[in-house]
Write a protein of this length. Structure first.
Length: 545
């Protein structure tokens, strides 16, 4: 059976240069499609490190801007709505997030993998075909999600608010679910093709446009504008993602039903594994918080929440960049063990060099950070925050290895490893919170990533022959010792001595990171002013200042 479907593009455009893919595009415009990610050989490894740093800077910078937009939006909406109205906004937002995460069946994450795998072949027809299937399946899921939410609006309103009076408002949230799923699918296309500049721009401009529209509606209608504001924010993100996705040059294709069915099965099969993994992570976090709440009360749960949030704030920039650029790049070459293991080592080393000094600084200034971001009343969470920082440092190390399983599309193994981590995380919290209170939850978080590292390494070793390179192992050792030393100083020494030791270790680890990054990324590519500054600091640089 053959079905003629409207082409992905109305007119055939010039095909991209397959070799012009290593450069990271500008934040606001990137016209070239990443067809075959370029992975440097050992002799040109600095190009790979430069690409990782550029992608991290783009995605990390966009994430920082998004957080800034979110903080302003939250502040303005809180002032306009007051506590009750803001609480209502949070409840409606939770409904949208829950229904969206279930309705899209993980297809946004599996879509990135399928698009990246198609791009790795260099076949323009296959890229266009995969993109067409992704768009159609996502549109179908978006319609189903919106329809199911509308149909279940009455029981959901009763479950959430105690009666069905808000059922029409809950039904209207189906539009927000629709736009969010559509936006995610368009983002998957952009990310899968490694158009990192466009991907960063979509996140920022989508958040900005949606926030402006949402704030305007709440300012105009007050509490009655809460649901329309959520729909407007989702629509703004969808509009921006559509604008950037339409600029992707794709070949005209005809979709055969048998091929569509096969590609859809692959998308949904891996997507379900991603969805299950996400639900495991959310459920584990929820259960750990329940354990803390039941054992030590609401105040202790607040301490743990504050520690967990701040512990992951800085690392989150690094991990987001990892998912945005590293994941599709790895997918495209996952069947070449030598090259894939090389880029995993590069990503792990750069991520650790970027995150390590931040973790040492957070460990040192834990009490001050809690007071600045929250209030001095949260000072008791400092020890918990230090345990969380230990876990976050390990998380930076283990995540690149975990992507080997994901990039191979092994749904069963991926689900098993995530389930094992979730069970260990909850089990450790059950034991340690009973003995140490909310600090035990931080200990459990660290312990779960010790287990994660010990579990993942032999698995990926058997899959691809992966092993740490000498440089990566050296960075792991340096930052492992640095972070452990700062932690131990606060455990055993007076606070003044521990602060001094932490400051010195943070400074030394920062200098180490800069020296290694400059060596890896060829400092002659840095701006002249920055090279002069580093030269004044007696850093190791190459090329004229």
């Amino acid at each position: 059976m053959r079905a003629a479907v409207r082409p992905v593009c109305r007119r055939r455009r010039p095909q991209p240069d397959r070799h012009a893919v290593s450069a990271v595009p500008d934040l606001t415009a990137s016209r070239a499609v990443a067809v075959e990610p370029s992975v440097p050989s050992a002799g040109s490894a600095s190009a790979g490190y430069r690409g990782i740093l550029k992608a991290t800077a783009l995605i990390g910078g966009a994430s920082a801007l998004n957080i800034g937009v979110g903080l302003v939006r939250t502040k303005v909406l809180a002032m306009l709505l007051g506590p009750a109205g803001f609480g209502l906004l949070g409840l409606y937002g939770s409904i949208v997030d829950l229904v969206r995460s279930v309705a899209q069946l993980g297809i946004n994450s599996s879509g990135v993998r399928q698009i990246a795998a198609a791009a790795g072949t260099g076949d323009a027809q296959r890229i266009a075909f995969t993109a067409g299937v992704l768009r159609r399946v996502s549109l179908l899921l978006a319609l189903l999600g919106a329809g199911l939410l509308a149909a279940a609006s009455s029981p959901l309103a009763t479950l959430t608010f105690g009666d069905a009076q808000r059922a029409p408002s809950v039904a209207l949230l189906g539009a927000a679910v629709f736009f969010r799923i559509v936006s995610d699918s368009q983002g998957a296309l952009i990310q899968g093709l490694r158009r990192i500049g466009d991907f960063a721009a979509v996140g920022f401009f989508g958040a900005l446009l949606g926030s402006l529209a949402g704030i305007a509606l709440v300012a105009l209608w007050g509490e009655a504008g809460v649901v329309p504001s959520l729909v407007a924010m989702a629509a703004g993100a969808a509009l921006v993602s559509w604008w950037y996705a339409r600029r992707v040059p794709l070949a005209a294709v005809t979709l055969r039903w048998a091929e569509v069915r096969r590609e859809s099965s692959a998308l949904l099969g891996l997507g379900l594994a991603f969805m299950a993994s996400g639900l495991i992570v959310m459920a584990s976090a929820y259960v750990v918080r329940l354990i803390v709440l039941r054992h030590d009360g609401l105040e202790a749960a607040g301490y743990y929440q504050a520690a967990w949030t701040l512990g992951g704030l800085y690392v989150g920039f690094v991990l987001q960049a990892m998912g945005a650029d590293f994941y599709p790049r790895l997918v495209a070459l996952i069947h070449d063990n030598a090259r894939s293991n090389q880029v995993v080592n590069e990503q792990a080393q750069v991520s650790l060099l970027l995150a390590g000094p931040g973790m040492a600084a957070t460990l040192t200034l834990a009490s001050l950070v809690l007071a600045v971001f929250y209030s001095p009343a949260f000072g008791e969470a400092a020890e918990t925050l230090r345990w969380v920082c230990l876990g976050m440092t390990l998380r930076v190390v283990t995540w690149p290895m975990g992507f080997i399983i994901v990039a191979r599309g092994d749904q069963r193994l991926f689900f098993i490893t995530e389930l094992a981590w979730g069970l260990v995380s909850v089990g450790l919290a059950w034991v340690l919170v009973g003995r140490y209170g909310h600090r035990g939850a931080g200990m459990a978080f660290f312990g779960s990533y010790v287990f994660h590292a010990l579990m993942l390494y032999p698995i990926v070793r058997s899959l691809s022959g992966f092993r740490w390179s000498g440089d990566t192992a050296a960075s792991v050792g340096v930052f492992g010792v640095s972070v452990a030393a700062v932690f131990a100083a606060f455990e055993w020494w007076p606070v003044a001595w521990a602060l001094a030791a932490g400051a010195l270790i943070t400074l030394a680890s920062t200098v180490y990171s800069l020296r290694v990054l400059l060596r890896l990324a060829s400092p002659q590519h840095l701006p002249a002013s920055l090279r002069r500054l580093l030269g004044a600091l007696r850093m190791h640089t190459q090329g004229p200042p």
